[in-house]
Design a protein around this ligand. Sequence first.
Ligand code: BGC
Length: 362
Amino acid sequence: MNVNRRHLLTGSVGAAAVALTASACASEDGGGDGEAKKVGIAMPTKTSERWIADGDNLKAAFQDEGYEVTLQYANDEVDTQVSQIETMVSQGQDILVVAAINNEALNGVLAQAKEQDTTVIAYDRLILGTDDVDYYATFDNYQVGVLQGGYIVTALDLENAEGPFNIELFAGSLDDNNTKYFFNGAMDQLNPYIDEGKLVVVSGQTDLQQVATERWDGATAQARMDDILSTHYGSEKVDAVLAPYDGISRGIIASLEGAGYTLEELPVVTGQDAEVESIQYIIDGRQSATVFKDTRQLADTTVDMVIALVNGEEPEVNDTETYDNGVKVVPSMLLDPVSVDIENYQEIVVDSGYIDASSLDQ
Ligand code: BGC
């Protein structure tokens, strides 16, 4: 088969380079058999920046390889995503790239996809309870949590400081398979200090079920933080908050500021995704850190997987043990997340071209 291998030969390309070449190459043949291969991309929501970047990067990278692309966002509504994927299946997409809203809602529609031999890639979030997912492209989700929890350990100098310090815990949406990996990674860092009493969860809310945030919604997190502050904190202050995602971090910070915390009094607050608004919060000293996951790399990894499969080759993976979806262990490619704070944001997210300096007030 005469498959377009330019992408593999040139290796990783940044979003800007992809964007420049996308239109010039849009007519190339993704399948090499005379007809462009069709790829359907299902993303969860446009309310969070990262998914917009993921969708844009994937679309550009697939078009660069000559694929015909359908990209849909589901406004974080499970039923909408299911029906969008149903439509993609009825359109005869050769490949589906899916970042699921609910990790168990897609089994029916993916079974339909498999009847017509569609290749299914779980993108960033694993799809559970089905044999009909071929590969998983993501970041090392446990390591994301390690970076978040580890940031708090270092920032409070828990090794040496006497404490005790007050901490509150937040996690993501329970229907997202990543949530438990982030939380477990973080708690493996924090639990030893909670056990020895150096860290105190004043609210007593430590179970994943109690600390989860449905749909990763910042307003939901803000309301929970309001409740924690009014119920459990009098003159005492919160010293650290484990927050799994920047939108949640900003909700928590809004709650703290609403309760009268000054800039100097704000606790250590973690995050994830290096959203522009949160990088600005980091510059302004309101949020302490975030975890950067380069969605340009994830798009390239996904396209490389698809090209290998179309070419009849085994895609490159680096984990064939961790991601058991209940039916099978899905072969995975895990990319490295990077912790970002005031010390390295310039190098990691600005100099790398991920965020334009002009969108920040530095
Ligand atoms: C992603 C995170 C993101 C979160 C909320 C997770 O599945 O891995 O990067 O912060 O969803 O959108």
